[in-house]
Design a protein around this ligand. Structure first.
Ligand code: ADP
Ligand code: ASP
Ligand code: MG
Length: 417
């Protein structure tokens, strides 16, 4: 009997009615003759609320305790889903991430999966249970509860689909699939039928939160094909796999926006070996993620180094860097919050020239200033003022001809909510 791993996100299980709807879909899949493992997220808003509550206890809550707390969101939703499936006359059982055999390292709140041994799931499937697994969580070798980073239920589903050698992995969410841009930002964004792992990886890494970036990385590494589709509609969604038809012909597949970024510039740094290492190791030790890094061509034995970080990390970065600025004899530190990163992604860029010129020209004509530029083989990213971000995404979307011919109805909850 074929095995299907399904994942239902927070909005899809956001109310009692929606959980019942999810239960119906699970039962339909089972009645079509499949074994079903369903990975469930916490109900919409629950994880955010738990984080908020924890901050009321402490400005910097203990990460072990935070994981114990956050894991309860998924556990509640799985128990409710299991009850709903049972009440439709189908045998279902809910299990935690630990019971699903997800073993992780000890990095609380962003643990990485070290090993998966889904023996219990396999036994339950043999007994004809629908197995409902709490997403987003695992357990260390010592038996401590861990979580897999925000959006981590995607990773649970993909990792289980890989470990169980499932025949299909379906990620059910509140949009019809992966779109050419977040449909809540660009109304005319179009659903993509097929996308390559590399393209989705660049899009999610650049801020498209439709999938957790780490889960796409895992899928690529282990060759787990998956479909992103709507939990509210029957239509097919977006298939993600290694190669898509004519993938080199599509120059730009999609556009992503990463908001709440900050730009840091260190002026007149000595142009000698070891300085960049000193600066970035200081930031890395504090666990701050650095994104675009640009170093200007050296002049008079000095150079400028700029990079972006999340706006929330700006104060810590400033504090950490002040002593280093003196040490490396830089002229100063200039920071700017309220910027956003716009990324244009497509495998076709490898074989087509002129994409950068078109992007810069389009933004220039609209009077949108580009503050930083970085490129990879299949991505061009620019930093712009947050106030220009949405307009920049809409114009770029138009420039590269990504808009649907007819407006696509993308989301069930109102756009912008
Ligand atoms: P879930 O709770 O199901 O995991 P998420 O909220 O994490 O859902 O992800 C779905 C959301 O991702 C959509 O509501 C949409 O606003 C956003 N999104 C961002 N970029 C894209 C994109 N390129 N295509 C589709 N959705 C996107
Ligand atoms: N509930 C977790 C979060 O909100 C995990 C998930 O939804 O995938 O990040
Ligand atoms: Mg998600």
């Amino acid at each position: 009997m074929p095995l299907i791993v399904q994942k239902y996100g927070g909005t899809s299980v956001g109310s009692a009615e929606r959980i019942k709807n999810v239960a119906k879909r699970i039962v339909e899949t089972q009645r079509e003759g499949c074994h079903v493992v369903a990975v469930i997220s916490a109900m919409a808003g629950v994880t955010d609320n738990l984080i908020k509550l924890s901050r009321e206890m402490s400005a910097d809550p203990d990460k072990r305790e935070l994981d114990v707390l956050l894991a309860t969101g998924e556990q509640a939703a799985t128990a409710l889903t299991s009850m709903a499936v049972n009440s439709l006359g189908v045998k279902a059982i809910s299990i935690s991430g630990a019971e699903a055999g997800i073993l992780t390292d000890r990095f609380h709140t962003k643990a990485r999966i070290a090993n998966i041994s889904p023996k219990q799931i396999q036994e339950l499937l043999e007994e004809d249970y629908v197995v409902i697994v709490a997403g987003f969580q695992g357990q260390t070798a010592e038996g401590e509860t861990t979580t897999l980073g925000r959006g981590g239920s995607d990773l649970t589903a993909i990792a289980l689909a890989g470990a169980l050698n499932a025949d299909a992995c379906q990620i059910f969410t509140d949009v019809d699939g992966v779109f050419t841009c977040d449909p809540r930002i660009v109304g005319g964004a179009k659903k993509i039928d097929e996308i390559a792992y590399d393209e989705l990886l660049e899009m999610t890494g650049a801020g498209a939160k439709v999938m957790q970036s780490r889960s796409v990385e895992f899928a690529k590494k282990f060759g787990v094909e998956f479909e992103v589709r709507s939990s509210f509609k029957p239509a097919r969604g977006t298939l993600t796999k290694e190669e898509t038809a004519n993938m080199e012909d599509v120059v730009v597949r999609g556009i992503s926006l990463d908001r709440n970024q900050a730009k840091v510039t260190i002026d007149d740094v000595s142009d000698v070996p070891g300085v960049a290492g000193r600066i970035f190791s200081t930031i890395a030790e504090a666990g701050i993620i650095v994104d675009m890094i640009v170093q200007s061509v050296g002049k008079h034995d000095t150079t400028d180094i700029s990079f972006t970080i999340h706006e929330n990390d700006l104060d810590s970065a400033k504090k950490l860097l002040m002593p280093v600025i003196e040490e490396v004899k830089a002229a100063g530190l200039v920071t700017k919050g309220g910027v956003a990163k716009l990324s244009v992604v497509g495998i076709g860029m490898r074989s087509h020239s002129g994409v950068a010129a078109r992007l810069f020209d389009c933004l220039g004509k609209a009077g949108i200033n580009i503050q930083l530029i970085s490129t990879s083989e299949i991505k061009i990213a620019v930093v712009v003022d947050e106030r220009d971000a949405e307009r920049a995404a809409q114009l770029t979307h138009q420039e590269f001809g990504l808009a649907a011919l007819a407006p696509t109805s993308a989301a069930t909850r109102p756009l912008g909510s």
